[in-house]
Unconditional design. Structure first.
Length: 209
């Protein structure tokens, strides 16, 4: 692991235990970036959009989902682990299919679409006449080595277009059992934690539209 020193203590947030009984087929897509027979290139892992059980009430307004903010090393395509409370590292030989903020934006939009809100949600580049924008920041997206769990923490703000007024804000923090023993294990655990976070974000946002 390539270590990066962090001067910040672990941020406190609400704890949600994303309990799972086993691996759910289809949640993880692993693509080899190397040509056949190569062992030096890193493996690339994807994340899944969520499926919200029971569609939220129909949205009356339109929103655009901005790309989440993040700081290094989270603002990259690397899988981040936390060996100690004050130390961050990136997992060797593994990466996301693209920069994590861009990937999360895509999966967030798809999660809204899966909740049958596709007519109400889009990207900023779609140039829709939106009433609100959904601004977010990735506070944590990592494997906590000591705790043996994946931690996803995303701060979300619903902002009125035009005035820039923050209508509502919430921090979503979810966890799932996980390890940094390899890229597949780490990515699967983060995918599970993210799935719960996305379900909460969609339901919370839809209830305010």
């Amino acid at each position: 692991m390539n270590e990066v020193r962090s001067g910040q203590r672990r941020p406190m947030g609400s704890r949600f235990a994303a309990r799972v009984g086993g691996f759910v087929p289809g949640l993880l897509l692993a693509l080899s970036l190397a040509a056949c027979g190569s062992s030096s290139a890193p493996e690339s892992f994807d994340l899944s959009a969520s499926s919200v059980p029971g569609a939220p009430r129909a949205a009356r307004r339109q929103i655009v989902v901005a790309e989440p903010l993040a700081t290094s090393p989270t603002d990259s395509d690397r899988i981040v682990v936390r060996p100690t409370p004050d130390t961050l590292a990136t997992l060797k030989g593994a990466q996301w299919v693209e920069r994590l903020p861009r990937l999360l934006q895509t999966r967030m939009v798809q999660s809204f679409e899966n909740a049958k809100l596709s007519r109400s949600v889009g990207r900023p580049e779609a140039k829709i006449q939106a009433d609100y924008s959904l601004a977010s920041e990735i506070r944590r997206f990592e494997i906590d080595v000591a705790g043996g769990e994946a931690i996803v923490e995303i701060s979300v703000k619903l902002v009125a277009e035009g005035s820039g007024r923050v209508v509502a804000a919430q921090i979503f923090s979810t966890r799932a059992p996980g390890s940094a023993n390899g890229g597949a294990e780490a990515a699967a655990a983060l995918d599970l934690a993210l799935g719960e976070a996305l379900r909460q974000i969609v339901a919370w946002t839809a209830s305010r539209l």
